[in-house]
Design a protein around this ligand. Structure first.
Ligand SMILES: [Zn+2]
Length: 89
């Protein structure tokens, strides 16, 4: 078995194994938190850390990650889910 492939956090641009990151997917209904890292579609990763989660409200970094602009509301909604996921894990 190889080690897990590294993924880059869109907030701080640091690389980590997938287990230390939360995955967000751009679905038809907007941004979704991909808890199992198994959803199809373009994904972006953010560290499961308060520092990165608090800084992810930057719209430009999401536009760059998904090549589609996301609304501030969408980002705030998915950010809440991510904060919940960090608390409960
Ligand atoms: Zn980060």
């Amino acid at each position: 078995m190889k080690t897990q492939p590294a993924r880059r956090c869109v907030v701080c641009r640091g690389q980590s194994e997938k287990s230390g990151l939360l995955r967000v997917v751009r679905g038809e209904g907007g941004l979704v938190l991909d808890r199992e890292h198994s959803m199809a579609g373009r994904g972006a990763y953010v560290h499961a850390s308060p520092a990165c989660l608090s800084r992810m409200a930057n719209l430009k970094m999401w536009a760059a990650a998904f090549r589609i602009s996301a609304s501030a509301l969408e980002i705030e909604q998915v950010r809440k889910l991510m904060l919940e996921a960090v608390k409960t894990s």
